[in-house]
Design a protein around this ligand. Structure first.
Ligand SMILES: Cc1cc2nc3c(=O)[nH]c(=O)nc-3n(C[C@H](O)[C@H](O)[C@H](O)COP(=O)(O)OP(=O)(O)OC[C@H]3O[C@@H](n4cnc5c(N)ncnc54)[C@H](O)[C@@H]3O)c2cc1C
Length: 439
């Protein structure tokens, strides 16, 4: 590195921008991160509720043990201990019958074998069919070249999966993980979830749930470890201009001094501030979060996935009284009012948790994120942008860029690390930030 550290301007303080800032800041770069809002985190953030002031997450965010780069980012901020990992997945059928999928001490891919055989919501023939398809994932993962061109549903039909196995196993796990329906999801993403999350290292499948509101993971105290990173809140980047092949960010009407620029903006925002950049359009997929506060505990489970209904998950946020329900790829809810969504959520929840029928609802809050993530379809993969652009000092990050991952916190952090690596290369001091998959 030269004596005067290179300066990097980063637009956007979501996970992609924060990860790029943390990586470059720890490698000796001077970083200015510009965030339009008064807090960090973007789509993985918490904010105070208008009437109570209580901090809630926009929606439940979970990670898997295999999210190595996200965990590395948390470690850079010293907050990795604030995520709790759980080995058990609970499945509930309407009526309340429970099944558990729990990783045992056996080596992968056999660590789920015992609990998989005991699942009560699939028949023996369903389980045999699923096992055959899981083995096919191991076999076909490296050999097939069409997995980013076909949908996961096409692949499952090719493998003759029975309708109940598709609905209760494949759809139940994948729609939440990838935020897309099976008939719109590129098969490569379904493969990756099962291969990396469930068929390799036995700790890869552990479910990480932040034990604090998301905003606490990136609080100002944590950033004190990285003094080279300056955070500018309520400071929207108005334009990214390119002159003579060099980019700069315009803030409050003035171009800012920087050797390199990283855009970590969502695609639609980047199009607004840099309309001349050649960028492909990507479709979006919505997520709806439903926060319910009851007057008494309605469950003793920490979380569970709910079979055969609209609501896919609940997370127990406080002693069984405050539940956060999640519906991924929630197109069917977009036309419903908030009151209708709450009514549907309570009705469905009561089918799984009988205690809901006796409980009174004290408060409810619905978060409809219409543009929650890009749609991880077969068409999307080739349209996702690489970090490098036509301007030699401008690099792109964001969950929508080409990371190989669907739009997730891990994907966003990967994109930030990849953009940071591209900056380091361009500055003449190559650096490796991206960690390999834990296999
Ligand atoms: C409801 C919901 C639930 C989710 N659940 C999960 C989950 O359980 N697990 C998981 O892994 N992923 C989940 N995701 C996906 C995950 O949140 C995203 O993939 C990830 O946070 C995206 O990060 P990002 O940095 O790419 O973009 P963003 O988080 O969108 O960050 C972009 C930032 O840029 C800022 N910005 C915009 N315009 C400007 C401007 N002009 N100047 C400066 N700043 C600007 C925004 O305010 C924002 O802070 C979920 C997403 C949603 C919406």
């Amino acid at each position: 590195m030269t004596q005067v550290p290179p300066r990097v301007a980063i637009a956007g303080g979501g996970l992609a921008g924060m990860a790029a800032a943390a990586a470059l800041g720890s490698a000796g770069f001077e970083v200015d991160l510009y965030e339009a809002r008064s807090f960090l985190g973007g789509r993985a953030a918490s904010y105070p509720l208008p009437n109570s002031g209580e901090a809630i997450d926009n929606c439940q965010h979970i990670l898997l043990g295999c999210c190595t780069n996200l965990r590395d980012f948390y470690a850079r901020l010293g907050v990795e201990g604030k995520v709790r990992f759980d080995r058990t997945y609970y499945f509930l059928e309407p009526g309340g019958r429970r099944s558990q999928l729990r990783a045992a001490a056996l080596p992968a891919p056999f660590h789920f074998l015992g609990s998989f055989i005991r699942l009560r919501f699939l028949s023996a023939s369903d389980k045999l069919a699923v096992a055959r398809a899981l083995l096919a994932i191991l076999r076909e993962r490296n050999g097939r070249t069409d997995l980013d061109q076909i949908t996961m549903l096409e692949w499952l039909k090719e493998k003759k999966q029975p309708p109940r196995a598709i609905d209760r196993f494949w759809r139940q796990i994948l729609v939440s993980a990838v935020n897309e329906e099976l008939d719109r999801m590129a098969a490569c993403h379904g493969f990756q979830v099962f291969w990396l999350g469930f068929l390799t290292g036995s700790r890869n499948s552990e479910m990480g749930v932040p034990a604090v509101p998301l905003g606490e993971l990136y609080c100002l105290e944590a950033w004190k470890r990285l003094p080279q990173v300056r955070l500018h809140f309520r400071t929207p980047v108005e334009q990214i201009v390119v002159r003579d092949g060099r980019a700069s960010v315009v803030v409050a009407g003035a171009p800012q001094e920087a050797d390199f620029v990283i855009s970590a903006l969502p695609l639609d925002k980047l199009r607004q501030v840099a309309p001349l950049l050649p960028l492909s359009e990507l479709d979006c997929s919505p997520i709806t979060g439903i926060h319910l506060w009851f007057d008494r505990p309605v469950t003793d489970l920490p979380h569970a996935t709910l079979l055969d209904r609209t609501v896919q998950w609940f997370f127990n946020r406080a002693g069984g009284r405050y539940l956060l329900l999640v519906v991924s790829a929630s197109r069917s809810l977009l036309e419903l009012s908030r009151a209708e969504i709450i009514e549907l959520a309570i009705r469905e929840l009561a089918e799984f948790l009988p205690a809901v029928r006796q409980a009174s609802l004290e408060r409810a809050h619905v978060v409809k994120e219409v543009r929650a993530t890009f749609s991880a379809s077969p068409q999307a993969e080739s349209l996702r942008a690489r970090p490098e652009t036509l301007a030699r000092n401008l690099f792109l990050a964001g969950d929508w860029t080409r990371t190989g991952w669907p739009a997730t916190m891990e994907g966003a952090v990967r994109s930030g690390y990849l953009a940071a690596e591209a900056v380091a290369r361009a500055a003449g001091c190559p650096h490796r930030f991206l960690l390999p998959d834990p296999i």
